[in-house]
Design a protein around this ligand. Structure first.
Ligand code: GLA
Length: 383
């Protein structure tokens, strides 16, 4: 499937621009645990997947750049040194953002032609946006020999999202998409960007993603609001982030918070701890414990941090009532997208069938299982 996508984009590039392109594949990501803690300097446990964005890029022969979004059948043209963010520009601003942030680092780039397409369902919480940002920065770096390190590239991608898309995201998505390794999760310390790779051995269990097919529309402003609350709270305690705050200290100033705010901050403190416990559970091969932690995370995201939705809660409740699903939670920013489920291998098919039927009956539309393999991060495809 990945190869077919790459071939398709390469061929369209050749027929459109009559030149062999440089091909980049940039991965989407999943996250085992550690949700909404990356922007609090916490620990997260993501992995890159075999689905993502294929991007063909080459220097242009004239003084114009053209970018074609194959999936939307849309394109736009610009001059690289006059490019500006576009109001309601959608996908365009991810690319414009990266180009501007590369230029802001003093790096010289010329006009380019680009065609891209993805096989990550948009809005499924699998970070198609980080994959797109990483794809273009990686392509530019290679094409113009910019000598950017991976770390510099992911920081450019993140800044593009902050400054040109308007989502004050953490670093998890860009990191996982860029640094992912085949068959491994990455335990990332978001404060230092140091990480350890964890080979997966889930023994009798398998990870199953169920897409609620609910697009996370509300999420941008709420995401930024949650982040602002976290930062204001850290400041109030004179800490550099919530990573440095413990429950006792928070309790000490209970009356400075509304109930809602208090629960939100408590969620972050607890989730940072849970990600560490999850790493221990994996080291001890205690999959049931890991599963319990996933359920706890969902509970926190739904009831304390309030970033879930009815459809995601339904999927997780259904999983909880199914004995052979040992863990389940919503994944990513929230308000839609996928759940990640830890299911006994032999029970995967019946689980998918029963959850799909019940979901359809309850909401009148389908949820969709998504098959993923843990894969390497953003890379050049050699022809
Ligand atoms: C989005 C953001 C990430 C992270 C997750 C929640 O995917 O891009 O930085 O905050 O939400 O964990």
């Amino acid at each position: 499937m990945k190869q077919a996508l790459i071939n398709k984009i390469k061929n369209s590039f050749v027929s459109e621009f009559s030149k062999e392109p440089l091909m980049v594949f940039s991965s989407g990501r999943i996250n085992l645990i550690g949700e909404h803690v990356d922007y609090n300097d916490g620990f997260v446990f993501p992995a890159a997947i075999d689905k993502g964005i294929a991007l063909a890029i080459q220097k242009s022969n004239n003084d114009k750049s053209t970018i074609i979004a194959n999936d939307f059948e849309e394109s736009f043209q610009f001059e690289i040194d006059k490019i500006q963010a576009i109001d309601d520009g959608g996908w365009r601003n991810y690319l414009i953002g990266v180009i501007k942030e590369v230029q802001a680092k003093g790096k010289e780039i010329g006009n380019v032609n680009v065609i891209f397409s993805g096989n990550v369902p948009a809005g499924a919480g699998l970070s198609s946006s980080a994959a797109l940002e990483n794809a273009i920065v990686f392509g530019l770096n290679e094409l113009f020999q910019l000598q950017l390190t991976k770390k510099e590239m992911i920081l450019i991608s993140q800044k593009a999202e902050h400054n040109y898309v308007g989502v004050k995201c953490g670093i998890m998505d860009q990191f996982a998409s860029m640094y992912g390794e085949k068959n491994h999760f990455l335990l990332l310390d978001c404060r230092t960007l140091e990480y350890e790779t964890y080979p997966i051995d889930l023994e009798n269990y398998e990870l199953v993603l169920i897409n609620s097919n609910v697009q996370h529309n509300l999420s941008e402003s709420t995401y930024n609001e949650r982040r602002a609350l976290c930062e204001q709270t850290a400041e109030m305690f004179q800490k550099s982030s919530l990573r440095d705050l413990d429950k006792k200290e928070l309790w000490g100033r209970r009356s400075d918070f509304t109930n809602e705010e208090y629960k939100m901050v408590l969620y972050v403190i607890e989730e940072i701890e849970r990600a560490k416990l999850a790493a221990k559970a994996i080291e001890n091969r205690d999959i049931k414990k890991l599963g319990m932690l996933l359920y706890e995370t969902h509970d926190g995201l739904s009831k304390q941090y309030k970033v879930s939705c009815e459809e995601l809660d339904f999927l997780v409740d259904f999983a909880k009532d199914t004995r052979k699903v040992v863990g389940s939670r919503m994944m990513g920013g929230g308000f839609g997208g996928c759940t990640i489920n830890l299911v006994e291998k032999e029970f995967v098919e019946p689980f998918i069938e029963s959850v799909s039927d019940s979901f359809q009956e309850k909401f009148g539309f389908e949820c969709t299982p998504i098959n993923v393999k843990l894969s390497r991060g953003t890379h050049i495809i050699k022809s």
